[in-house]
Design a protein around this ligand. Structure first.
Ligand code: ADP
Length: 319
């Protein structure tokens, strides 16, 4: 049976973002495939790694579109099931005057949150090296139970667990429940990526270094990476910390930069004989490249459409 480098589970939806007024002054929308874990595997698939996605879509045009987009990125979609009754999740992005994005769902819950425990195939999980998940599929049932079932199978089979909490407060009705779910994720993960805002939110600590120490020590996280937008990224690896500056680019849209950045971190870890046996110099190199990949992702609109090619990354790093 074919080995899978990275298997991901999570939300899979189409988002519609404002694309400016049309001729009759009505807003127009741009349609993009979405879902943070899907963006991560799409990037890895594009760069030639064997990937697989566990998700659920509706039996409709949007679900077909999501599957064909992932297939174009060489992601194995055999574990994506189709719901006969519930349509594919559609989210409309609302931009406020400060450019902050919020989501309005066409129908909630959509098919992606209908992922069921019975849809999880242990044999599939046994084939992967890294198992990646986020918190959106933990917002409700039955996908919460399905996600934990998959994570536990991965853990029992000694897979490396990668977690991006991807805190989306608006998607949760109960914020205590949200924290509880995220804490469970942090406690099982080997590799964790959080943004600076998420780090402060999760720890209640303003100082970056103190917050990193608090999070990684409280939940015994071997490798914690903090994304800092245009500033770059920071790491905490077995107690050692550092900051890697970002690259200056003319960013057009930062959607998906964090996911593609994380895809790059996983890609580079997969290139090593022992994925988690890292020296500080290794992680510095990994983040220099991931910062470049994140910066390149901001040059185009959308997440999956803006994943750079290996050649584009190499060229950028040589400049
Ligand atoms: P997240 O989705 O986790 O908040 P970020 O928006 O911080 O992710 O982006 C991830 C990474 O992409 C950053 O750590 C940085 O390396 C790169 N990046 C993001 N925005 C920019 C930008 N405006 N200019 C240059 N690099 C960027």
């Amino acid at each position: 049976m074919k080995e899978i480098d990275v298997m991901a589970i999570g939300e899979l939806l189409i988002d519609f973002s404002p694309a400016g007024p049309s001729l009759n002054k009505r807003p127009t929308f741009e349609q993009n495939p979405g879902g943070a874990p899907a963006n991560v595997v799409a990037a890895l698939g594009k760069w030639g790694r064997a990937t697989s996605m566990i998700a659920r879509v509706g039996e409709d045009f949007f679900g077909e579109d999501l599957i064909s987009t992932l297939k174009e990125h060489h992601v194995d979609c055999s574990l994506i099931t189709k719901d006969k009754k519930i349509p594919t999740t559609l989210a409309f992005v609302n931009l406020d005057d400060n450019g902050n994005r919020s989501f309005r769902f066409y129908r909630k819950p959509g098919a992606d949150l209908m992922l069921h425990k019975d849809n999880i195939e242990e044999t599939g999980i046994k084939r992967c090296k890294i198992f990646h998940f986020g918190s959106v599929s933990l917002t409700g049932e039955p996908s919460r139970e399905a996600t934990w079932h998959a994570v536990e199978l991965a853990k029992e089979n000694a897979k490396i667990i990668s977690f991006d909490p991807n805190v989306r407060e608006l998607l949760w009705e109960d914020h205590d429940e949200m924290k509880e779910q995220i804490i469970r994720g942090l406690s099982v993960a080997d590799l964790v990526k959080v943004s600076e805002e998420e780090l402060h939110f999760l720890t209640g600590e303003d100082m970056l270094e103190k917050a990193m120490t608090l999070l990684s020590e409280t939940y015994s996280i071997p490798l914690l990476i903090i994304t800092l937008g245009a500033e770059g990224s920071s790491y905490r690896l077995y107690g050692k910390m550092g900051f890697i500056p970002g690259y200056k680019v003319r960013a057009l849209d930062t959607t998906g930069a964090g996911d593609v950045f994380w895809g790059s971190v996983l890609y580079q870890l997969l290139g090593r004989a022992k994925l988690l046996e890292l020296q500080e110099t290794d992680i510095v190199q990994i983040l220099q490249t991931a910062n470049a990949v994140g910066a390149l992702t901001t040059l185009k609109k959308g997440a999956i459409p803006s994943i750079p090619t290996i050649d584009e990354i190499d060229l950028f790093l040589r400049q």
